[in-house]
Design a protein around this ligand. Structure first.
Ligand SMILES: [Zn+2]
Length: 255
């Protein structure tokens, strides 16, 4: 698809779902150049989506995103301040459908999210610590446990990511719940699904679920950017587009 078309879709859509795949993951020992490039790309992405109602799911575990404007704990997502009714009632959602959705996903008291709350990292956060033996669901901030040993069983602490022998998923689950509630609210809304650099290494995190989301929401459009596998499935031919190339570079170029 043309980059201009993607720009136009981003401007006009009501909601934006963003998936950051392996291309955004900084590897140990990777040169500083890439880290700087990714950091800048987060800032460009922030400028692109800051006024939209969006959610980001990322496979990166390096937590760099939280040091950028996208991860701000103070600034709120601008559309979250709108009246709840306006958020829920996108064109054509029937009242009874809405009532049913609300039974499954109860309304929150306050629909105001900080930017930090619009990111979920299901593969974990390597700056957080957990018990390497998985004896407790406790998770600690860096430096919180001075000897870096589990206060419950004495085992060494390890990074709270899927690479831990026993991954303590409690680190991301509250955000995951927020994500699924937000996703339910995109039903029948004009939603741009922007999949950036998610390949086939762990397709169950972003790639396959995004295809399903795009398939079921007939007003959604999936744009897939990947340096090797940008193709969309046959079912999404009419409501999908591909851009071949490194997704980090594509964002830095403003698509
Ligand atoms: Zn322990």
């Amino acid at each position: 698809m043309e980059r201009m078309e993607l720009r136009r879709r981003l401007d006009s859509c009501e909601k934006v779902l963003i998936g950051l795949g392996e291309e955004w993951k900084l590897q140990a020992g990777q040169e500083d150049g890439r880290r700087e490039q990714v950091r800048k790309a987060y800032e460009v992405l922030y400028q692109m989506i800051k006024d939209k109602d969006y959610f980001i799911i990322t496979m990166a575990t390096d937590a760099v995103i939280y040091d950028t404007s996208l991860g701000s704990r103070k600034e709120q997502v601008s559309s979250a301040g709108r009246k709840e009714q306006e958020i829920s009632l996108c064109n054509g959602v029937k009242e009874e459908m809405l009532a049913r959705m609300e039974r499954v996903f109860p309304k929150r008291e306050t629909p105001r999210d900080s930017r930090w709350e619009r990111i979920v990292a299901p593969c974990g956060n390597e700056t957080w610590r957990q018990c390497s033996k998985g004896c407790t669901k406790d998770i600690w901030e860096p430096g919180e446990i001075s000897d870096d040993r589990c206060p419950h069983c004495g085992a060494p602490l390890t990074r709270n990511t899927i690479d831990a022998q026993i991954y303590i998923e409690e680190g991301y689950l509250p955000q995951w719940e927020r994500y699924t509630r937000w996703l339910a609210g995109t039903l029948n809304c004009d939603t741009l699904i922007l999949e950036l650099g998610a390949g086939f290494k762990n397709p169950g995190v972003i790639r396959f679920p995004f295809e399903r989301t795009a398939y079921f929401n007939k007003k959604a459009f999936l744009c897939r950017i990947h340096k090797r596998f940008p193709q969309v499935t046959e079912e999404l031919k009419e409501r999908g587009g591909s851009i071949l190339g490194d997704s980090v570079a594509a964002i830095l170029e403003g698509f």
